[in-house]
Design a protein. Structure first.
Length: 198
């Protein structure tokens, strides 16, 4: 479960506390700040969330502030993930060189191709930075491609964000299947997707 935060530290912490109380250790929880906090606030948030076994905090501060993100990363007891500030190999290299994140979010929708995603992954791996498949609203084809990509790379985070296609209507394909919280990887041609017959 990845939860949007940014409505205030106390409210955000209470939201995660309530989730953890309801579900216990049975679920993975990450949070996404979408740049809502200052560096100092993000550090405070990370310390307040630490008792609740939060897996990562995504982009807690403005994506243009790499120095601030590096400060948060150095001080946070929870892994910090860079998202909006990484769109290609060049920006991934800048994040890795400045130690601005423990994790980088990789998305085919913002990087343009699986080839560029792989190059970003290789840069992260060279610097010892974790890589995570991020989610974005799109057709099943994108989610299935990203799942196949993640499955092909040793060391990719297990908690891949694939499955947002389920929230959309009008997808022209069928065949993508999510069971027990996992997108099944098909061995059929076309990544297991097909166009329904008219």
């Amino acid at each position: 479960m990845k939860v949007k935060v940014g409505t205030g530290i106390d409210e955000d912490v209470e939201r995660i506390r309530a989730l953890r109380k309801s579900f216990g250790k049975g679920i993975w929880i990450g949070v996404d700040g979408n740049g809502a906090y200052t560096a100092e606030e993000a550090i405070e948030l990370s310390r307040e969330l630490a008792p609740y076994d939060v897996g990562l905090i995504e982009q807690p501060i403005d994506s243009n502030d790499l120095d601030g993100l590096a400060r948060v990363t150095a001080a946070s007891p929870i892994p910090i993930m860079a998202d909006q500030c990484v769109n290609d190999v060049k920006s991934a290299l800048a994040v890795c060189q400045s130690r601005a994140a423990h994790i980088v979010s990789i998305k085919a929708t913002k990087m343009g191709s699986l080839g560029e995603c792989r190059r970003v992954f290789e840069v992260c791996r060279a610097f010892g930075v974790r890589a995570h498949i991020g989610g974005s609203a799109g057709p099943a084809l994108v989610d299935v491609a990203q799942a196949q990509f993640a499955a092909s790379l040793e060391g990719m985070d297990e908690e891949c964000e694939v499955g947002e296609f389920q929230a959309l209507t009008g997808d022209p394909t069928n065949g993508a299947a999510i069971k027990n919280g996992c997108l099944e990887i098909s061995t059929l041609p076309g990544w297991g997707l097909n166009l329904p017959s008219q």
